[in-house]
Design a protein. Structure first.
Ligand code: FE2
Ligand code: FE2
Length: 463
């Protein structure tokens, strides 16, 4: 979402004090059986300090203009994860005229003692909205998407925020048209920090299913600085499907930034790109802005790539080569993790993507990429370290992981010469990647968290 933003402090106190009512009793934290026992022991600073607030505890929306109701609020990063956050949502109105996007943000220690308190103590940040006009199955649709990017945050700090679509009529006092649920997020540690942290890797949901709804609160409670999602969120990518997916994923999306890549099922890709605010990388062709992105979390360089067309993959190569070379030479970066929808190596239904192997495999090997993560095949699989299409000598090579069973229809798993381990897609799956001082530690779980499907460790390379 290529929007321009500006930050301002405005005197909204009169409008918001009505919402700054007494603190609510903090709800009981959600029980999380199965996670605590399988999550590595990590410093307390990655454990959320705010309790999860259920939607039922939120104040009722103020529906002065129902068509400006906040839908699908969620978090991403467009720039430094240690000091910024981007909040995006949609509304049903056909126009953004007369309304302005605004977020109120506060450190969690002040804000999460009661959802409304964020209005009394928070900082007001204004963003932008734009209407995407597109066609779905011959029908014209208009989707206003709103984004606020908050800057100047403190690293490794818990925050709470609410977003809203506010009236903006010259000469009239602004009215709050609607507000979001309380959103929680934690900024990343400063680039180069070796403080341990976790992220979640998942992909392939093909809709906002009841299975996701059953697991979402448990998954949201797993300590994680971010989620990475490997495409195929929806069956076809129309807006009704997006509303279903955002709704099912809400407990996760309301407390973790989620960085996606586009799958082949996001056929209405305009709706995908209009609803995720992602980094715009210098050096990428303008038409591919947001198709590829990279962020640094502590000492790990994460790269998202668009593997949907061979032509597009070829056009990403010059940027990717430069991006990976810089990461390899950066003394602050210990590990590089790349992700794309189509799996370069897979023994399941779709099999290997030779297009990805050819376009990017040599770059992964040349620049010391540690882990490549994909979806598309709805099972779980990890390869042995590979180099030049063969088993790598000890201590060398690239490890490839397919985790493509975030509740999409199951595929059978296979077992080829490159397979280290695999699990049938009917178990569903997600992976928890812990970044430890001397290693990457990945554990894959069944969708309900009851079964550990895999556990492996990649030692810190001697760069
Ligand atoms: Fe796919
Ligand atoms: Fe898929």
């Amino acid at each position: 979402m290529r929007l321009t933003f500006f930050v301002t402090s405005l005197a909204w106190a009169a409008a918001v004090l009505a919402y700054a009512s007494a603190c609510r009793t903090p709800p009981v934290a959600i029980a999380d059986p199965g996670v605590a026992a399988t999550t590595p022991s990590l410093p307390g600073d990655i454990t959320p300090t705010c309790p999860i607030v259920s939607l039922g505890d939120e104040p009722a929306p103020v529906a002065s203009e129902p068509r400006q109701r906040v839908r699908n609020p969620h978090l991403t990063w467009q720039r430094d994860p240690a000091t910024t956050i981007s909040l995006t949502w949609t509304t049903d109105a056909a126009s953004t005229q007369g309304y302005v996007a605004k977020a109120i943000v506060a450190p969690a220690g002040q804000g999460c003692s009661g959802g409304e308190r964020v209005f009394a103590v928070g900082r007001s940040v204004v963003g932008s909205g734009q209407v995407l006009v597109t066609s779905v199955a011959g029908d014209r649709v208009q989707v206003p998407a709103w984004t606020v990017e908050i800057t100047d945050l403190q690293p490794a700090t818990d925050y709470v925020a609410r977003v809203g679509t506010w009236s903006d009529v010259p000469g009239k006092r602004p009215e709050l048209a609607n507000i979001s649920e309380l959103l929680h997020f934690r900024t990343a540690t400063t680039k180069g920090s070796r403080t341990p942290f976790q992220v979640i890797l998942a992909g392939d949901s093909r809709g906002g299913s009841d299975d996701i709804r059953k697991q979402a609160k448990r998954l949201a409670a797993i300590p994680a600085v971010a989620w990475f999602f490997n495409g195929d969120m929806t069956p076809r990518g129309n807006q009704d499907e997006w509303n279903e997916w955002f709704g099912a994923m809400a407990p996760i999306l309301h407390r973790h930034p989620l960085m996606p890549v586009q799958g082949n099922h996001e056929l209405q890709s305009e709706l995908y790109y209009s609803q995720f605010a992602l980094p715009v990388e210098p050096g990428l062709p303008t038409q591919l802005a947001e198709h590829s992105w990279s962020i640094d979390l502590g000492n790990v360089h994460f790269v998202g790539l668009d593997s949907n067309t061979s032509e597009g993959m070829a056009r990403q190569v010059p940027w990717l080569r430069n991006n990976l070379a810089k990461a390899q030479a950066d003394p602050d970066i210990d590990f590089t993790v790349c992700m794309m929808h189509h799996a370069p190596w897979s023994s399941s239904t779709h099999g290997n993507s030779e297009a990805v192997q050819t376009a990017w495999g040599p770059l992964f090997e040349q620049f010391g990429v540690d882990l490549v993560f994909s979806g598309h095949d709805h099972d779980y699989e990890r390869t042995i370290p590979l180099l030049g299409g063969k088993p790598a000598p000890a201590g060398q090579g690239v490890t490839y992981v397919v985790a493509g069973g975030f509740f999409a229809p199951a595929y059978e798993n296979g077992h080829e010469w490159f397979t280290a381990t695999s699990a049938h897609g009917d178990k569903h799956n997600y992976a928890v990647l812990a970044v430890l001082p001397q290693s990457l530690d990945l554990k894959a779980y069944s969708g309900d968290g009851s079964e550990q499907l895999d556990h492996f460790t990649l030692p810190r390379p001697g760069r």
